[in-house]
Design a protein around this ligand. Structure first.
Ligand code: ZN
Length: 364
């Protein structure tokens, strides 16, 4: 396996299409396309707020991570909006993310709503699809392990609708995009990634139901979690727009430029946001289920979402290739060491013999 001379994407990944100088197709096209619309565009959007009669101008989805915390900070302090926030918790979130969310909201005087799915539905759905993936590894079952989490888009929209809040703010950043997102990966060598989401995903799921009994069982065991999670896969999906016609989903980083150092400096100073000392990287490390998402893609493709996220940052000039490589090595070690404790945490020790932490060993 070779890695791109400019970023870290490997040449065995479908679509990497290295040229003679060992540069990948994503570097040649400056993937992902991203230009923030700017503060003025966002300020214009909020002009005239306050006349809608609701209690707040916007509801901010918090993960406890740095990007959503900064979005909340800016909306309150810079755009002077009246905000409320919500956080979706599940059996696999680490305490520090909830602690950070609570502290930030307290400091900003923002009410925080804490929501979750009933009982341990999230964990059950995850384990069904992870078992299905172990039996028949592919991007469809890998993607479905996170289906329960998509309910946060529904739960957040419900709070906003109930409280008459017009905007629901989300903080995913374009630099988190991966060319091999589960929802887009087809497994077809000629045409590895699809753009058109819903119909294509439904067809792939239908195929997987026929191919894998465990996958079909997962769907039958958690039909509500699975179906509505798929329908609400994105904050602006057609289903959410149809169900909540008076709400406007707003992607904060479509407007303000994502600048990781500025974000960290601001929230650490102003909101006392902090990570536990043993956590080196702040991206998605607060979620136990994410360990398996990284694992499944590492095992299938020899590359995980972290490779794509770091490569995007190299391309956009936030990291040098050497810095990204160091972070990549640390991340692989972190996930390799986290796998077995995570299975124990989930009470799924019976799966340990089927797990291969060695796949996280990477070569330069
Ligand atoms: Zn590259």
């Amino acid at each position: 396996m070779r890695r791109c001379e400019k970023c870290l994407m490997p040449d065995n990944l479908p679509g990497s299409d290295f040229d003679a100088a060992n540069i990948c197709s994503w570097c040649r096209t400056d993937y992902p396309p991203y230009e923030a619309k700017g503060e003025n565009a966002l300020a214009n959007k909020f002009r005239g707020l306050g006349a809608h009669g609701g209690k707040a101008d916007c509801l901010v989805g918090l993960s406890g991570g740095k990007d959503s915390t900064y979005a909340l900070y800016r909306l309150v302090k810079h755009y002077r909006l009246k905000a409320e926030a919500f956080i979706y918790t599940h059996g696999g979130s680490k305490d520090f993310s909830l602690r950070n969310a609570r502290t930030s909201c307290e400091k900003l005087g923002v009410p925080l709503h804490e929501v979750s799915l009933p009982a341990d539905k999230h964990k059950k759905a995850f384990l069904h699809y992870f078992r299905a993936w172990l039996g028949h590894p592919n991007a469809v079952s890998a993607g479905m392990t996170c289906v329960a989490c998509k309910h946060l888009h529904i739960l957040g929209s419900q709070i906003a609708a109930r409280r008459g809040i017009p905007y629901v703010v989300w903080s995913s950043t374009p630099l988190e995009y991966s060319p091999f997102l589960a929802i887009k990966y087809t497994g077809d060598k000629q045409n590895p990634y699809k753009r058109d989401g819903m119909l294509h995903s439904a067809l792939q799921m239908g195929r997987e139901v026929i191919r894998s009994l465990k996958f079909a069982r997962g769907l039958l065991a958690e039909p509500h979690t699975s179906i509505f999670g798929c329908l609400a896969v994105f904050p602006n999906s057609s289903y959410l727009r149809f169900r909540f016609p008076n709400l406007t989903p707003l992607m904060f980083y479509a407007y303000e430029k994502w600048d990781p150092q500025l974000i960290l400096d601001t929230i650490c100073t102003e909101l006392d946001w902090q990570l536990p000392s043993e956590i080196k990287e702040d991206w998605h490390t607060d979620c136990v289920f994410n360990i398996f998402k990284e694992y499944m893609f590492q095992k299938m493709l020899g590359v995980s979402y972290t490779d794509a996220h770091l490569s995007n940052q190299v391309r956009k000039g936030y990291l040098t290739r050497a810095e990204a490589w160091q972070k990549l090595l640390e991340s692989k070690q972190f996930y390799a060491a986290s796998l077995l404790p995570a299975l124990k945490f989930l009470g799924a020790e019976d799966l340990i013999p089927q797990i291969d932490p060695g796949c996280f060993e990477v070569q330069a």
